[in-house]
Design a protein around this ligand. Structure first.
Ligand code: TXA
Ligand code: MG
Length: 349
């Protein structure tokens, strides 16, 4: 299959291009499109065969449910068994935006879309191209991140093309995404709402709107026994091909440790990549050093993370040493992705 890459300007959307993309989705095909978090791989969420094509294109395990993207709150009510009061409150506060809510689904949503679960994850993205595509496609687009299963999520259309070229008919290229890590997922089917995946919308932001909210213990646990509730969070994910090790601690010690590790690795013939910050980049004497941004600029750290992991893959790096970024606001989300990319290898100095 030939993959068409179509540039689209978010501030002057070419309706003809979106209509062509929507026609593919209405006919059961796949289109990759930009959202404010990461690029998505979209299909008609109400069409079981279309959803099945997503799993095939990504090489995704079939028990890992998809997020249903909508453009109108009333469309969520049509696929939910019932609407918890918190859903309306959170939608008013954060939709359209980087928040996914899980509710009990009704039988309008095929089991192929929900990975066999009786709950459904719903999100209203804020990206204008995504919203226009959803509206023109019939209102419900199932979309995981548009990467091959196990690779870092795409933050540029070029990343999507790396993974999906020849597998899907069309990629809408809206340029770099704004946020760079996937949406926060909150499960509203429990008595106390629970965050299953941390993201740009933090626990505190959710608590301000709906009161008590907890974090899935499976997310914070460092043991391998406590399982996360979101099926997708249990897989080694977001991962570069290289071995990755995080180094956490006071800056001086971190730089020293990474320099020593990099020397050992290079001495044994390995190609080394280092994820530094603007503040520390000049202090690494070897390896391919990349700055993720200024240490205080958490938005930049989130936005650059996946691109850097992919670039190290392209340069055939064998081992990546990374500083750690437990920053105040979205630090928990950033560290969650980094720890998974590193398969939980972290050295505290
Ligand atoms: O920002 C995002 O959410 C992006 C963009 C494209 O919207 N999408 C995304 O989808 O990250 P995906 O498929 O890569 O991640 C969805 C996560 C998986 O971990 C999956 O297991 C979980 O959501 N999930 C989906 N439905 C669920 C459900 N009913 N119950 C529990 N977890 C669910
Ligand atoms: Mg994903």
């Amino acid at each position: 299959m030939k993959t068409e890459l179509k540039k689209i300007d978010s501030s002057h959307i070419d309706e003809d291009i979106v209509e062509r993309a929507a026609a593919i989705i209405r006919a059961g095909g796949l289109v990759a499109f930009p959202t404010e978090t990461v690029y998505g791989l979209g299909a008609d969420a109400l069409n079981a065969e279309a959803s099945a094509r997503i799993y095939a294109a990504k090489g995704r395990p079939s028990d890992n449910p998809l997020i249903v993207h909508i453009a109108d709150f009333a469309d969520m009510e049509r696929i939910a068994e019932y609407m918890p009061a918190a859903a309306r409150l959170l939608a008013d506060a954060f939709w359209p935006g980087p928040l996914t809510m899980i509710v009990r689904g009704n039988d309008r949503i095929p089991r192929e879309t929900t990975g066999g679960m009786d709950t459904v994850a719903v999100r209203m993205p804020s990206h204008p191209v995504a919203l226009e595509l959803i509206r023109k496609s019939g209102g419900y687009i199932a979309a995981p991140s548009a990467n091959t299963s196990g690779r870092p999520s795409p933050t540029l259309a070029e990343h999507v093309a790396e993974d999906m070229d020849g597998r899907i008919p069309m990629i809408l290229d809206g340029g770099p995404v704004g946020i760079g890590i996937e949406s926060t997922i909150v499960d509203l089917t429990e008595k106390v709402p629970m965050v299953l995946r941390p993201g740009y919308i933090t626990l505190d932001m959710l608590k301000k709107i709906i009161g008590e909210v907890e974090m899935d213990p499976g997310i914070i646990a460092t043991d391998s026994v406590t399982r996360p509730k979101a099926p997708g969070m249990k897989y080694k994910h977001y991962a570069p091909r290289a071995d990755m090790i995080l180094v956490d601690g006071e800056e001086e010690k971190v730089v020293k440790t990474i320099n020593a590790l990099a020397k050992d690795a290079e001495d044994s013939g390995k190609k080394v990549g280092i994820i530094a910050t603007d503040e520390t980049r000049e202090r690494y004497g070897r390896g391919e050093v990349v700055s993720i941004g200024a240490r205080q600029d958490e938005d930049a750290i989130a936005r650059h993370l996946y691109r850097i992991l992919r670039e190290f893959d392209e340069r055939n790096v064998d081992v990546i040493y990374s500083e750690s970024f437990a920053t105040p606001r979205i630090g928990q989300a950033i560290m969650n992705r980094l720890l998974k990319a590193a398969g939980h290898q972290i050295i505290t100095v």
